[in-house]
Design a protein around this ligand. Sequence first.
Ligand code: ARG
Length: 287
Amino acid sequence: MKKFTAILIIMLTVFTMAFAQAAAETAPAKTYATLAEVKADLKTVTAGKLTVATSPDFAPYEFYAIDANGKPNLAGFDMDLAKYIANFLGLELEVIPMDFDGIILELQTKSCDLGLAGFSPDPTRKEAVDFSDIYYQGGQSFVCLKKNADNFKTLESLNASKTLKVGAQTGSIQVGLAEEFSADTDIVLLTKVTDIIAEVLAGTLDGAYIETAVAAAYAVNYPELFLAVEVPYEEEGSAAAISKGNAALVAGVNMAIAQALADGSMDAFVATANELSSGEIYEGLLD
Ligand code: ARG
């Protein structure tokens, strides 16, 4: 009988421990109903500041616009959204420009709070960072020179020849698109989208995979650029990348995005960015 009781106790203990562990694993992250709750828990890498990393080679999302004095200024709808989010959360904004392929590492090492750089919420990135809700739909395209438009009319034509040189930005989801739709071509990775555009214009690349909204913005300034083929991509849409383990920040950013979408601010940011990016822009191309 004693032995039986002992076994029962052991079994109960093991069962309770397993249950507690399972409960802890499935426990939902804390949810936030109000901005006040968010603010009470909000922690950023520098207290009182929202530190945002971006890659300003990506008009109309983020780029350098030349002002009246000929000075390059960070512009784009991601930058206006960054100001809006900081303001919403009562934080001072600091923007750190860097190459796109460095941003996730900066978020992982907690050097910044957010990445606002037209990020697609790619599932392979979700181990490293969290994502906000979607705030914009950009689409995916293959671009080439207008004079070569006849060579690129279908998705299949993007893989038609081994001699094709096809560009994509290092670290971007466009690398995956190139590997999927141009698997047998010479895929060339470049750090900056502006360099990819410059190489397509120069003819050193036959074409490139670029966000449709970006390709369209550069095509305004460079009419010889042609959006040839629409490319399917499952995780379409842009989200803010957020340093992991910061449920309050995720909730606060999502509240700010919801408000910016509802009150017309986001539409205004996009309109301003499209206008500015059709003016004089800087970043490799026009300096
Ligand atoms: N949406 C693509 C991605 O997440 C490209 C983003 C590139 N952004 C930039 N600022 N260059 O991979």
